[in-house]
Design a protein. Structure first.
Length: 243
């Protein structure tokens, strides 16, 4: 009975804002039918959505509801960014500009290539994820803080054999996933911790220290620090022994 109802003659009489939604794979209604509706209702808006479900409360409901909300209110709800708990690791070559000037472009480029190879080897060994290179350093994330600490120490020792000295900073917190990149206050804190580290030092926030209790990793207290752009004071600890 529903299929026998014919409303084609009444479409032109509709005088209210109208939104016609269609899912491109709908097996019950063809796109031509829904385009016909939109074309014959004055001022109607037609939107083709992905999916194969006919009933609006089945399948990707969020996309459909977002279209309805924008149609009714004029604004689309902002997507909640994906957030994960991760340990961020920043590394940076100490006095890189001076070394580059001393060695010359070609030798410095070869040395930097070897540095990158060592960093990536250790990231793979400790199951870290390279996010990006930052200048002559790296930003990486780990799902375990103890492995992050041990990886940073292994990188420091590995590049030391090349005659390079690095500093590293670590912090654990919620990070926003932005494509292949990460963002958020946790990332800023990690960068500030790294900037505070001395040459050859792996420096961590108190959050990391507390999370790796029982791992055998030993620390030296470096006192409280004000991190640029980050509220409050932060107690930092240098890795003495990675277990």
């Amino acid at each position: 009975m529903n299929g026998q109802i014919d409303i084609r003659q009444t479409l032109s009489a509709i005088r209210v804002p109208t939104l016609v939604l269609h899912r491109s794979g709908d097996l019950d209604t063809s796109i031509e039918e829904d385009r016909y509706l939109a074309a014959h209702i004055p001022g109607a808006r037609f939107v083709d959505l992905p999916g194969a479900d006919h009933l609006p409360w089945v399948g990707d409901q969020d996309t459909l509801v977002d279209e309805v909300q924008e149609f009714l209110t004029g604004t689309r709800p902002a997507a909640e960014p994906d957030r994960v708990l991760a340990t961020v690791v920043f590394t940076d070559i100490v006095a890189s500009t001076e070394r580059a000037a001393e060695l010359g472009d070609r030798r410095w480029r070869d040395l930097l290539f070897s540095h990158h190879a060592i960093v990536r080897r250790e990231l793979e060994r400790f199951r870290g994820r390279e996010v990006k290179t930052v200048g002559d350093g790296f930003l990486a994330t780990f799902d375990g803080p103890a492995r992050a600490v041990r990886c940073a120490c292994a990188i420091r020792d590995g590049v030391g054999e090349l005659g390079l000295s690095i500093r590293a900073g670590l912090h654990t917190g919620e990070c926003e996933l932005i494509g292949d990149d990460v963002g958020g206050i946790a990332v800023h804190i990690g960068a500030r911790v790294a900037a505070t580290a001395r040459a050859g030092e792996v420096l961590v926030s108190s959050t990391v220290k507390d999370l790796v209790v029982g791992s055998g990793i030993q620390f030296v207290d470096r006192g409280s620090h004000r991190l640029k752009g980050v509220p409050g004071s932060w107690r930092l600890f240098a890795v003495q022994r990675a277990g």
